[in-house]
Design a protein around this ligand. Structure first.
Ligand SMILES: *[C@@H]1O[C@H](CO)[C@@H](O)[C@H](O)[C@H]1NC(C)=O
Ligand SMILES: *[C@@H]1O[C@H](CO)[C@@H](O)[C@H](O)[C@H]1NC(C)=O
Ligand SMILES: *[C@@H]1O[C@H](CO)[C@@H](O)[C@H](O)[C@H]1NC(C)=O
Length: 520
């Protein structure tokens, strides 16, 4: 018996020796972003590794192998942005992009100057890999060189350009729309034109505004790093993105860019709070769940919008759950239940819940697909327009314009989505396909993090695209040579032939004329 327990202890200690030490930096103060990183962190701890998580959400219950570094300084850096989110819908896309970069500069600096983060930088700690959230914070990637460890990017959204850049992942503009545009992979000529123009605009902003700003932060806070910012940024070992082909459309990726969409859904359901369960159980005609996510607060809605929404809900035979952050909502109809927090996954799993009114963020969209509940989309910012355009085109959702939203529109959309069966049928099919994966997205993510760590950064996966500049990448130099030769042939050759012919047939006449003139 004693020998057996010794043996077990030995096995455990062997496993422990195999464990890696990871640093994870979650720089965005949004709860939903944290949930994605946290899921991966827990997955890595369960696989026997040790992880140090830099974030604004320290664990309430400590977990062995999981160490928090709390960076409260970051919270203040985004407060203004969160309050302005509702207004951001009025702004053109070209301006929204610039706003994101400004927010990125503030967040990046706020983390750097946080005293707890500075302690980490000055410490003698070592890590086997650095996992960095990719949220407009490229200067943070210098942590990899600082700790002499491979860099792993973790995107809580899809493949934005500054993320695919890290591993040189291809994104052909002919069928891969920018994720802030409401297009899908079948674009009309006009849509392709808009896509190319917007991508070019973004490229210019990135190269001449955003990246130089991040480079300055990198130089300021990593004065000892030898590698230049641009080299460092293009040397990621792995990028995990929160996307899955069954949630969007097929597109090519570099082999070290891995889709792990839905990593935060663990498939386990918890019992609902009794009050909510009772409210749902007793809904004769089913219920609708309405939440704009963790960043958009319904209490900050313009009052006239709140009245329109209440007017829409009042006439419904279904019950409604609304994530609304104030205790008291005047004029609240009887079929409405408000709360500042809902266990979203467990609610979406409840059989009485018929549809989800959402902003269409990636996490909410993934959860609604996982649970097979059709959506009514009120997109406000970022990839929400893209996701909801996809929902409408695929047939599992209805997209409404928040700016002009009236009670009648919302009511009609709810009635339509609860009475036309095809919405639910389509999303149930998607749910079935999405769940049919070889291993869970979390297991896949853990495997890939271990893989690139085991192979010291797995340089063999790195695309040669990373070593090319844009004109080499697009073969502009080659095309110039080819066109040059073609033009030479088309212009110079006929000219030369003409000259030759003129020389042979007409040479006798022209020469004397010229001589005559000279003499005069
Ligand atoms: C690292 O620093 C701590 C204190 O900050 C010290 O106790 C420890 O001995 C150091 N370890 C190494 C390997 O230098
Ligand atoms: C890229 O990163 C790896 C570690 O992942 C490092 O060994 C290598 O020197 C880096 N290369 C460049 C060109 O920065
Ligand atoms: C709700 O309904 C389920 C299934 O019918 C039942 O198991 C559960 O106890 C009910 N909960 C409440 C609070 O009524």
């Amino acid at each position: 018996m004693r020998i057996l327990s010794l043996f077990v202890a030995l096995i455990f200690s062997l496993c422990f020796c195999d464990g890696y030490k990871f640093l994870m930096v979650l720089n965005s103060p949004g709860r939903s972003h944290f949930n994605v990183g946290h899921a991966l962190a827990k997955g890595l701890v369960q696989a026997g590794h040790e992880i140090t998580v830099v974030s604004v959400f320290p664990l309430k219950k400590p977990m062995p192998g999981y160490h928090d570094i709390y960076v409260p300084n970051v919270i203040g850096a985004m407060r203004g942005d969160l309050a302005a989110l509702w207004q951001s819908i009025q702004k053109p896309l070209t301006q929204k992009l610039i706003d994101h970069y400004h927010m990125g500069f503030r967040l990046t600096r706020a983390l750097f100057v946080d005293p707890n983060f500075q302690d980490l930088l000055k410490s003698n700690r070592t890590f086997d890999a650095v996992i960095c959230e990719t949220f407009y914070n490229d200067a943070h990637y210098g942590l990899a060189e600082h700790f002499q460890a491979p860099l792993i990017g973790l995107s809580t959204g899809g493949g934005l350009t500054f993320i695919t850049d890290m591993v040189g992942s291809p994104a052909p503009a002919s069928f891969v729309p920018h994720i802030m545009l409401p297009f899908n992979d079948h674009m009309s000529l006009y849509e392709r034109l808009v896509n190319v123009a917007f991508l070019a605009y973004e490229r210019l902003l990135l190269d001449y505004y955003y990246l130089p700003g991040q480079e300055a932060l990198y130089k300021e806070f990593f004065p000892e790093n030898k590698r230049c910012f641009y080299e460092m940024r293009r040397n990621a070992s792995l990028v995990l993105i929160n996307q899955h082909v069954s949630l969007s459309f097929p597109r090519p990726y570099a082999p070290n860019l891995i889709e792990v969409g839905g990593m935060h859904i663990d498939g386990k359901l918890s019992p609902l709070p009794a009050k909510i369960e009772k409210f749902l159980n007793e809904s004769e005609h089913g219920a609708i769940y309405f939440s704009m996510g963790s960043n958009l607060k319904s209490k900050d809605l313009p009052p006239e919008k709140v009245q329109e929404i209440l007017k829409a809900f009042r006439g419904l035979k279904q019950r409604v759950l609304w994530k609304f952050e104030l205790e008291d909502l005047p004029n609240k109809p009887d079929n409405l239940f408000i709360s500042d927090w809902f266990p979203q996954t467990d609610i979406l799993a409840h059989p009485k819940v018929l549809a989800f009114i959402t902003h269409g963020g990636m996490l909410s969209t993934t959860e609604s697909i996982y649970h097979g509940k059709p959506v009514i989309g009120l997109p406000i910012f970022s990839d929400q327009f893209f996701n909801m355009a996809h929902a409408e085109q695929t047939g599992y959702g209805i997209m409404l314009d928040f700016k002009s939203l009236k009670a009648a529109d919302l009511k009609a959309a709810i009635e339509r989505i609860t009475s036309v069966p095809s919405y639910t049928e389509v999303i149930r099919g998607m749910s079935f396909r999405y769940r049919d994966q070889q291993q869970t997205p979390l297991k896949n993510a853990v495997y890939w993090v271990e893989h690139v760590t085991r192979h010291q950064g797995a340089a063999y996966l790195q695309s040669a695209a990373q070593r090319l500049n844009w004109w080499q990448y697009h073969n502009v130099d080659v095309l110039l040579i080819i066109f040059g030769v073609v033009i030479l042939l088309l212009v110079a050759l006929p000219l030369a032939i003409w000259r030759l012919l003129r020389g042979v047939f007409g040479g006798g006449k022209t020469q004397p004329q010229g001589e005559k003139r000279k003499r005069n």
